[in-house]
Design a protein around this ligand. Sequence first.
Ligand code: C5P
Length: 213
Amino acid sequence: MITPLVIAIAGGSGSGKTTVATEILKRVGSHRIAYLPHDAYYRDLKDLPRAQRDLVNFDHPNSLETSLMIEHIKKLKNWEAIELPVYDFTTHTRTDRTIHVEPQRVILVEGILIFAEPALRELFDVKIFVDTDPDLRFIRRLERDIRERGRTTESVIRQYLNTVRPMHMEFVEPSKRYADVIIPEGGFNTVALDMVISRIETLLESKEHNPDE
Ligand code: C5P
C-alpha cells in the first residue's frame, strides 16, 4: 500500500501560511489533497463565560486539541476518512458542523504551532516554515481579525502584546529550526514556491507514494 505524503506549513500568525497552502492546493490539485488547518482543532470554550473567553491564551500549544489532529493524520495515512471540526473564531467555540475529509495522496497540514509538537512533527514528510517580519504579520493580522474574526483594533493590539508576541517568541520562532525549507515572505515568493511544488511532484512520482510504480 502506498503512503500519503504529508506536507506541513508552519509560520507565525499573519506570515502568509494560508497563501502558500492555497497556492499548493491550486498547483498540485485540490482533488489530490486532504487539507487540515490546526486552527480547526482549537478547544471548544462554550462552558466559559464570554468575557473570559476573550482573555484566553490562544497561542499556547495547550489551547489546541492536537491529540485529535494526530489521530486524524494517522487515519488519513491509513486511507480512512475523517470529520474535520469547524471552529468559530468570533465566539471561540467549535460548531456542531464538521467537514468530511476523504483520504488523498497528499495531506497538507498548516498552523502556527505544528512544529512545536514533537508527536506531530514526526508525521511530516516535508516541513516548510513561512518567515515574515513581525510588522507585516501584525498589520495583516489586524486587518484580517477586524474583517473576518469580529475583533476591534484595541482587542487585536491587546491580544498581540499579551499573548501572540510572547508565545511567538517562546514556541513559534524556535520551531523554525525543524523546517526543511524556510520561505521568506510567503505566497509571493514564486522561486521558493516553484521549488517546493516540483519537490512535491517528484515525491508523488516516487515509489513510496505512487500507486502506479
Ligand atoms: O490563522 P492564524 O495562523 O493567524 O491563526 C492563529 C491565531 O488565531 C493565533 O495567533 C491565535 O491568537 C488566534 N486565535 C484567536 N481566537 C481564537 C482562536 C485563535 O484570536 N478563538
